[in-house]
Design a protein around this ligand. Structure first.
Ligand SMILES: Nc1ncnc2c1ncn2[C@@H]1O[C@H](COP(=O)(O)OP(=O)(O)OP(=O)(O)O)[C@@H](O)[C@H]1O
Ligand SMILES: [Mg+2]
Length: 298
């Protein structure tokens, strides 16, 4: 084994994505670089519209209509997937990469019992059937700390609370044992106490050797649960590093602004400062400049 190489579960290099619609192309990602390592939680943070979800969509082959990768590459578990079509992606989703989205209801089929949905995953990805599948299903539900797993198996999604549903979705993402789990704002739809439990669970997943890419706009969560982070704005990664490095000595003004806008449990009296409009205007102007330079002939 070549050590670190094998440990990288996702490598995104110089990724450029644009959305093309009726004679018009909008740049969305502008040269994104990002690496997720096995056994680690990497956070992708930034304000709304920065391109966080677009990164996760590119890394799962789910770009929206008109979305095109114009430059760069995506390597998933050692396999270059940049130009993969839907049929190749279908084989990778679940086996190499799984997604946990904001709203667990969209990931669950409302008219099927929880047990049959998890068992589908176990059959499809791990060839488990019958009593063996059921045993594994219960074991997984216990692992995500759902009480009375045997009863939960027989319930329908609407009979569960939001937090329980998200645990089920995480169970399904985890059941296939993908190398990488991407969680896009997994707790935004949950209430605060449940959020913490679900985030701790995600952290534990990484402890099992999976790589986790966690999208969030909550820098408090990142400080507690993640190992490293990338800060994104205007489709550009403005800063990245380990949590210790970035929090102790943020290099980019935008990172400093995000930190100043985040409540900190160790400094409850600190005054929170919202990110200044001026800074955002300046960053947006830089992004437009970048687009102009790229469009200009060399
Ligand atoms: N289907 C689409 N068609 C055109 N533009 C899109 C589409 N989806 C997203 N965008 C644009 O791409 C940019 C990045 O969006 P993205 O959803 O990745 O942001 P985000 O960082 O995930 O934001 P949020 O925190 O609100 O989820 C935004 O400017 C958005 O308007
Ligand atoms: Mg998003």
């Amino acid at each position: 084994m070549t050590g670190t190489r094998q440990d990288v579960v996702l490598r995104i290099e110089d990724l450029h994505v644009e959305i093309r619609k009726a004679g018009y192309a909008a740049p969305i990602l502008r040269g994104v670089n990002l690496t997720v390592t096995a056994g680690r939680v990497h956070a992708l943070v930034g304000e709304s519209g920065g391109g966080k979800s677009m990164v996760t969509k590119a890394a799962t082959g789910l770009l929206p209509a008109g979305g095109v990768i114009t430059q760069g590459r995506i390597v998933l578990d050692g396999e270059e997937v940049t130009r993969y079509g839907e049929s190749s992606w279908r084989q990778l989703r679940g086996s190499s990469v799984s997604m946990v989205l904001q709203d667990p209801l969209t990931a669950l089929n409302p008219v099927r019992r929880i047990g049959s949905q998890i068992m589908d995953v176990l059959r499809l990805h791990r060839g488990l059937r019958g009593a063996e599948a059921e045993r594994e299903c219960i074991r997984l539900l216990e692992m995500v700390q759902l009480r009375e797993p045997a009863r939960v198996l027989r319930l329908y999604p609407h009979e569960l609370s939001g937090g329980m549903r998200q645990r089920v979705v995480i169970t399904m993402a985890w059941a296939c044992r993908p190398r990488l789990i991407i969680c896009d704002e997994p707790t935004t739809a949950l209430d605060v106490t449940v959020q913490k439990q679900v985030l701790r669970l995600i952290h534990r997943l990484a402890g099992e050797g999976q790589g986790v890419l966690l999208v969030t706009h909550d820098l408090g969560v990142v400080a507690k649960l993640c190992h490293s982070l990338s800060v994104i704005h205007g489709g550009r990664i403005l800063e990245d590093g380990t949590v210790e490095q970035v929090y102790a000595a943020p290099r980019h003004e935008y990172t400093r602004a995000l930190l100043a806008a985040t409540p900190r449990f160790d400094r409850p009296d600190a005054v929170l400062v919202p990110v200044a409009d001026e800074l955002i205007d300046r960053l947006d102007a830089e992004a437009r400049d970048y687009d102009r330079r790229r469009a200009a002939p060399a």
